[in-house]
Design a protein around this ligand. Sequence first.
Ligand SMILES: Nc1nc2c(c(=O)[nH]1)N[C@H]1C(S)=C(S)[C@@H](COP(=O)(O)O)O[C@H]1N2
Ligand SMILES: [Mo]
Length: 550
Amino acid sequence: MRAVLGAVSGLLAAFAALCVAELVSALLRPEASPVTAVGGAVIDRTPTGVKDWAIRNFGTNDKLVLQLGILVLLALFALVIGALSVPYPLLGALGVLAFGILGSVAAANRPAARTTDFVPSLVGALAGAVLLYVLGSLLSARRLWPPVVPFRRTPAAAGTAPAADETPAADETPAAGETPAADRTPAPFDRRRFVVLATAAAAVSAGAGVGGRAVNASGNREAAAARESIRLPRPASPARPLPKGVDLGVKGMFPFVTPNRDFYRVDTALVVPKVDADSWRLRLHGKGVRRELEIGYQDLLRRELIERDITLTCVSNEVGGKYVGTARWIGVRLADLLREAGVKPPSEGGPANQLVARSVDGMTLGSPVDTVMDGRDAMLAVGMNGEPLPFDHGFPVRMLVPGLYGYVSACKWLKELELTTFDDFDAYWVRKSWSREAPIKTQARIDTPRPFSSPRKGTVAVAGVAWAQHRGIAKVEVRVDGGDWQRAELATEANKDTWRQWSWEWPATSGNHTLEARATDGEGATQTSRRQGTVPDGATGWHSVVVTVP
Ligand SMILES: Nc1nc2c(c(=O)[nH]1)N[C@H]1C(S)=C(S)[C@@H](COP(=O)(O)O)O[C@H]1N2
Ligand SMILES: [Mo]
């Protein structure tokens, strides 16, 4: 019974620790809360294979799954140290502290950590440790500390009075005021006191937790209001209006332009950074920079803005996957900024071949300088589909380089650009066994019919999208059950940096059928049939879909 109550006390102590830490981190910095910090540390240390698997299987929910996992482990640990706290209250308290120190160390070692980031976990753990010590002592029917003036000076009591809480022998120490028990049953504990204390602690903790949430929510509301008050200027170089035929309008297809709320999200941020645009600064420096730049958000908006339709793709996108989307972006031409700083690409004799983008959350992404400056619409984007960048997609400023996978180009929450070499610096994902350079691979995806669906006999529209950013799509072919390749109809091309819809009319006959699609890019290269996983530089192979026609 006491062990069970002890375990409950452990849970309560963990809850108290988390709630107090939540409040403290809300006041200091939301990213420094223990679960976020430990989660971030886990993400950074997760083997690439596992991370890639998680991204593929849990999608944007991978972070939720991770945080729930951490909470479950924490709860198990809390149950154990709680049970231990009954004979050994000090041990329980030390257990809570140890966990708090883990959180502190994790928070202090995050890439973009501030010096005070260790505080929330530590303060939370102290609160939890004191609580477990007190509850454990109550359950052990033991004095919290040796009385200053002993109640009685009987020889027996004097011998055991300084009841060292950590010695198990003290278990038999009678509580104050009781006569030493002759039998070996543990002294009764004060149930009422335990219940009152536990309830009060739970209530105070919940209050702290709710308070922390409220502080966070009000911070988020302010950030959202600040973002909503921004008016983006009209771009000097607007996007070409979308030709009528970019959307084939086939049922079951995704729209040509991906709405912001449906745009895939891939990043390592457990707490989305809420950057204040007014105080945001971008620093540009490094090898071959003749004039270092430091500019603010309004400086960027005052520059000549370009508007472009660009399809972004994640290297973790499996064949047939959904980590790809198209948006109309507004931003500043990156090459102009680099030229202003006196940067020359290696092809013109410049010393730096890698442009490293650094985010406010400590992420680093490296792009080839030659690619960024070869005339394509590489940009520092401020707008996405007619609004300032959403927080999830990098507000206030992110980088985009058409034709490169996101992990080597699309830094969100950007704060620094550094010119260096690939020999001198490995960016975050490169250290995790992804390739240094990663142009997007040509892919065709079948969006309709859906896998394992049962389309009706007769004419069935087989349709989807294909992409080969900056090379363009020249041809898409479909085949049924390994037969001859059939040329699909292509939608009008918006530009060669965007995906292109395609469709083919299939005279479907009864039975099980395998549909396959392959694309040929604007340079005449047809995508390979060789199946390769996403690591190290993007998946290859033909997308295939199996259907049953009744
Ligand atoms: N700061 C930061 N920027 C980042 C990432 C990240 O983890 N942190 N992930 C990159 C990856 S892998 C991709 S595919 C794109 C995804 O951009 P999106 O979430 O806006 O679709 O952002 C890139 N930029
Ligand atoms: Mo990615």
